[in-house]
Design a protein around this ligand. Structure first.
Ligand code: GLN
Length: 231
C-alpha cells in the first residue's frame, strides 16, 4: 500500500521532506521499511502544498517517484509550511493514471488515503476526481464535512469491514490523521510537526499512532483521540 507524509509548520523545501531524508518517500517508493501490504510504491506519486497566497498547488504523476528527474530538480526551490505527499501502490482494479494518485483536494484541503475500500461502501460523489477508491473516499469525506471524519470512516468501515482506511488531511491550519489498519507515526520538531506512514530517518522523537486512533495537529498542539472509545 501507499506511503504518505504531511508537514505543518515553518516553510520547508519539498526536497527536505520528500527526496533528501535517508528513508523518506523517495526511498519508501522502492524500499519501505514498515509497510505491511505491498513491497514497493511504483504506481505514481503526488505532492500538494499551499503557496504563499493559500492556493493549493499539486504535482502528480503516474510514474514512480524515482523516475521523476524534473521534480528532483525543482523540489529544492519549492517551499511551503503545509505539504502533503504520497507514493502509490495501486490497489488491483484501480485506475493507473495520475488522477487516481493522492493528494486529492477540495478548497484548501489536501487528502491522502493509505488502504483500500470497496467502491459500493462509499456513496458516489460527482465531485470525485477519479473512479479510484481513494478519490471516492476523499470526495465522500469532503461532502460529509471534514469535521465528521471519524463518524464517516466508521460508517464506511461498517459497510466494508475489510476496508483499510488510514488517511491524512491538511488545510494549512490543521493536520488530521487516522490510523485504521495501516501504520502512521508523528514527530514534533522545533518548527512544526510531521505525520507519516513511517519515520523518514532514525532520529529520536518518532511516535507511533495506535491503530484506530486520530491525531489532530493545530496551533493548540497535538491531540490524540481513541476512535473506539469515542464511538
Ligand atoms: N486504494 C488506493 C489506490 O489504489 C490506495 C492504495 C494504497 O494505499 N496503496 O491508489
Amino acid at each position: 500500500m501507499c506511503r504518505h507524509l504531511a508537514w505543518l509548520g515553518a516553510p520547508r523545501t519539498l526536497s527536505s521532506l520528500i527526496t533528501e531524508p535517508e528513508y523518506g518517500l523517495l526511498r519508501q517508493s522502492y524500499a519501505p521499511r514498515q509497510q505491511r501490504h505491498g513491497l514497493l510504491n511504483a504506481d505514481g506519486w503526488g505532492v500538494g502544498f499551499l503557496d504563499d497566497t493559500g492556493t493549493v498547488r499539486r504535482w502528480r504523476s503516474p510514474r514512480p517517484l524515482w523516475n521523476d528527474a524534473s521534480f528532483a530538480s525543482i523540489a529544492p526551490v519549492l517551499s511551503s509550511g503545509c505539504v502533503l505527499a504520497a507514493v502509490r501502490s495501486a490497489t488491483v482494479g484501480m485506475p493507473p493514471d495520475e488522477t487516481a494518485a493522492a493528494p486529492f483536494t477540495d478548497g484548501r484541503w489536501l487528502f491522502s488515503h493509505n488502504g483500500r475500500v470497496a467502491l459500493d461502501a462509499v456513496p458516489t460523489s460527482s465531485a470525485a476526481e477519479s473512479i479510484g477508491d481513494s478519490a471516492q473516499l476523499a470526495a465522500h469525506i469532503f461532502d460529509t464535512g471534514v469535521e465528521h471524519l471519524a463518524e464517516t470512516l466508521a460508517k464506511v468501515a461498517a459497510a466494508d469491514p475489510d476496508a483499510r482506511l488510514t488517511v491524512l488531511l491538511t488545510d494549512g491550519s490543521r493536520i488530521l490523521g487516522v490510523a485504521w489498519d495501516n501504520e502512521l507515526c508523528y514527530r514534533q520538531l522545533p518548527d512544526g510537526v510531521v505525520v507519516a506512514s513511517e519515520p523518514y530517518d532514525d532520529e529520536r522523537g518518532w511516535v507511533s499512532l495506535a491503530d484506530h486512533h486520530m491525531i489532530e495537529v493545530s496551533d493548540a498542539g497535538i491531540m490524540i483521540t481513541d476512535l473506539e472509545s469515542a464511538n
